[in-house]
Ligand binder design. Sequence first.
Ligand SMILES: [Zn+2]
Length: 309
Amino acid sequence: MRMLFTLILFVTGLYCSGQEKQVCLSFDDLPVVSYGSQDTCFQKGLMNNLIVSLKRNNIPAIGFVNEQKLYDQNSLDQNQVELLKSWVSNGLELGNHTFSHPDYNSTSFKDYTSDILKGEIITKKILTGIGKKLRYFRHPFLHVGNTKAKADSLSSFLLNLGYREAPVTIDNEDYLFALAYHRANSKKDTSLMKKIGRDYISYIEKKLIYYEKQAKNLFGRNINQILLLHASFLNSDYTDSLAALFRKNNYTFISMDKALEDPVYQTQITVFGNWGISWLDKWALSKGKKGDFFREEPETPEYIKKIAE
Ligand SMILES: [Zn+2]
């Protein structure tokens, strides 16, 4: 009887933790992050690989577009547009990430907002073509405005255009791993590529555990997490492994819509600075948390930083 009771508790525990753990995967800098490679076959392969992996793992991901990448000089590059079309035709979501990836900290409100408008033209057309709307905006460098006035004016500009700001809770340096992976690939160093891939997955797991703990410290519970990734060769090769890592930690995959249903996203940010950090960090600073609170944040391994220099 006691064993049965323990078993019921165990199963209920698993079920409950499985229910409350949800993550949205978001990919920035679409169509692809190719580190200067113009090879359209490579880019197509990268995108296909990423899409197939997302579908295989039932991940309703969202990708944020920099439309400047769709142009070759001044003319629209249809190959790039096709990459975005294949993303949406596979049921994945698209959002605006500005035209040219400007830094809001060093750009005027006027220039920044015209870059947002310039960055929605093609994406809007693609989404309208399949009866969908462009609804999400992701800030480059996660810079929402370094003063309250600047942040507020951007927020109301976005709201008036019908955008929702897409926060990030699990921030990380996947782009450094991706650059190291790309460089190892250029040298055809497959054993280094494998090492980078392995270390990348264990780094993301440490980040996940860290931000889960931060959420519990701040709100007394886990939250619907939002992971920031980039549309890189590394992630196209490792989305299956990332999916397995989240499943192992009892996560299910949800859309941005679903993630933002968590009331935690109503939490006000009241402290502003030049930082580009996780919303969990912004909320922590707004709640008066200081240095020590962030002490255990996992670091990118030194050898990755060195290769990515
Ligand atoms: Zn970006």
